[in-house]
Design a protein around this ligand. Structure first.
Ligand SMILES: [Zn+2]
Length: 51
């Protein structure tokens, strides 16, 4: 039987991608694309979650 882990581990991932959501422009830590982070959940280029 498969047992699902109950401890969420995505907290660390959020800390790694340090993007200022209030800035007019942000740079994706993965592909270095510059984009507007306001209202964006993902990098428009590589799709990395930044929200
Ligand atoms: Zn990207």
């Amino acid at each position: 039987m498969y047992q699902e882990a109950s401890t969420p581990t995505d907290e660390r991932g959020k800390a790694t991608a340090a993007i200022n959501m209030d800035a007019e422009t942000a740079i994706c830590p993965a592909c270095e694309t510059e984009f507007n982070p306001q209202g964006a959940e993902r990098c428009p280029d590589c799709g990395l979650r930044i929200g």
